[in-house]
Design a protein around this ligand. Structure first.
Ligand SMILES: Cc1cc2nc3c(=O)[nH]c(=O)nc-3n(C[C@H](O)[C@H](O)[C@H](O)COP(=O)(O)OP(=O)(O)OC[C@H]3O[C@@H](n4cnc5c(N)ncnc54)[C@H](O)[C@@H]3O)c2cc1C
Length: 395
């Protein structure tokens, strides 16, 4: 067992620290306020090669794994970017890069991976539907074969980056639920090129992360070539887990990063701020202990998240990856939210002022309990799949 980062991982971490410091809180405060994409940041992560971290050299990337990607995400977040440090990487490199790398055909890999690695292609994933929500197997978007084409119809919601994306991973029903033996059968994955006049996209006004828009998406007879199917037909659910697991791990990495950023700023402030008898507020244990406790729990969560990512990179079964990934996320959600809560408390009234940024990290960290999987469903996964307890609900 070795807890040291490799030379390559240290280089990625150092480069992420520099970019995080360059695109710090003030930059993202403006981007969030103006609902503006971070173009300058995007260029910086492209030239650092971050969009190609998981993509093999033969397709233009640097041939690392998800572990290296999560190191970059955490350091970007912790050194100034907050949630933005991971967001664009999740859209393009997890939804695009990892999905296609794991399950794309050779033709799909050659078509998308080089552009994704350079940052010329931005990606998105359309899974969530208004009427299905967490019950993913209940989705209604359909893909029907017509000659040599697929015709897609349906509605998706909260699809992040859809308004800018050149590519989209679509999860659609190709056979009725359960028709091929198991409830998880009958779903298939498709790769679509955007924009397309058959795809209507409208951003949803939201609480935070406004440097990226999450959108309602309607497919009205979207026509895709036969080659758009990411095989196997009807067996997409098991394959999409290879995208959903690293998405969860990404949220853990960035959650730890946001908490570190907020804790660091709160500690600095607490050493300076004096309100009674010239004593810094940081000496009060009521402020110290919750930060110390959450910081320690997040250190433990990082190790568990690395266990998940190392298993993922080694091609271990998704159940093994999923167990560690969900347990790590359960801890991160509790303790990163708690850490940012107490960081805000350290700032007192100033914690409520936009210029101190902690209110933005508070809005950002709260997303981790809602997406990409809610905290209840994470705990249900652990209860059912790790502990073997009975399931209380049916798809
Ligand atoms: C900012 C943002 C960005 C997003 N980006 C994307 C994206 O790019 N692509 C995409 O496909 N999706 C995206 N999502 C969707 C996200 O994954 C879903 O919102 C999330 O999975 C929860 O689904 P829901 O909102 O429909 O909640 P619901 O399923 O309606 O759940 C509502 C509540 O009920 C609880 N609940 C439901 N069932 C159970 C149960 N059996 N036991 C206990 N509690 C239960 C849930 O935990 C939750 O608290 C995004 C969401 C947000 C907010």
């Amino acid at each position: 067992m070795d807890f040291e980062l490799t030379e390559h991982q240290r280089m990625i971490a150092n480069s992420a620290k520099e970019i995080g410091a360059e695109f710090g809180p003030e930059y993202w405060r403006k981007k969030d306020q103006n609902s503006e994409f971070g173009n300058e940041f995007w260029k910086a992560i492209c030239s650092a090669g971050f969009l190609g971290i998981v993509i093999p050299e033969e397709y233009g990337g640097s041939g690392g794994g998800a572990t290296e990607l999560f190191i970059a995400m955490e350091e970007l977040a912790a050194n100034g970017c907050g949630m933005a440090g991971a967001w664009y990487l999740i859209l393009s490199e997890v939804f695009g890069g990892l999905s296609i790398l794991k399950h794309g055909t050779e033709e799909q890999k050659r078509k998308y991976l080089p552009g994704l690695a350079k940052g010329d292609i931005e990606f998105s994933m359309a899974l969530t539907e208004p009427n299905a929500g967490t019950n993913t197997l209940n989705i209604n978007t359909t893909a029907r074969k017509e000659g040599n084409h697929w015709i897609i119809n349906g509605n998706k919601t909260f699809i992040s980056g859809a308004d800018r994306a050149n590519g989209m991973l679509i999860i659609a029903r190709t056979s009725p639920c359960g028709s091929a033996g198991s409830k998880a059968s009958g779903l298939s994955l498709f790769l679509a090129d955007l924009p397309d006049k058959a795809v209507e996209i409208s951003p949803i006004a939201k609480h935070g992360v406004n440097y990226s828009h999450s959108c309602n998406v309607t497919f009205s007879d979207l026509k895709l070539p036969a080659s758009a199917l990411m095989p196997p037909l009807d067996g997409g659910w098991h394959n999409v887990l290879d995208t959903l697991n690293p998405e969860r791990m990404s949220f853990s990495a960035v959650g730890i990063g946001i908490a570190h950023l907020a804790i660091t700023r709160a500690v600095e402030y607490s050493r300076e701020r004096k309100v009674f008898n010239g004593v810094p507020i940081g000496s009060y244990q009521s402020l110290q202990f919750p930060l110390a406790e959450s910081y320690s729990c997040l250190e433990a969560a990082r190790l568990l998240n690395f266990r998940a990512s190392v298993a993922y990179d080694a091609g271990k079964p998704s159940a093994e990856v999923g167990a560690a990934a969900n347990m790590a996320k359960a801890i991160v959600v509790e303790h990163a939210i708690r850490a940012v809560y107490w960081a805000m408390q350290v700032f007192g009234g100033y914690g409520y002022a936009v210029e101190y940024d902690v209110e933005r990290w508070w809005r950002e960290i709260n997303l981790t309990r809602l997406a990409p999987i809610t905290q209840q469903m994470t705990l249900a996964y652990i209860g059912e799949r790790v502990l073997g307890m009975p399931k209380s609900y049916q798809a």
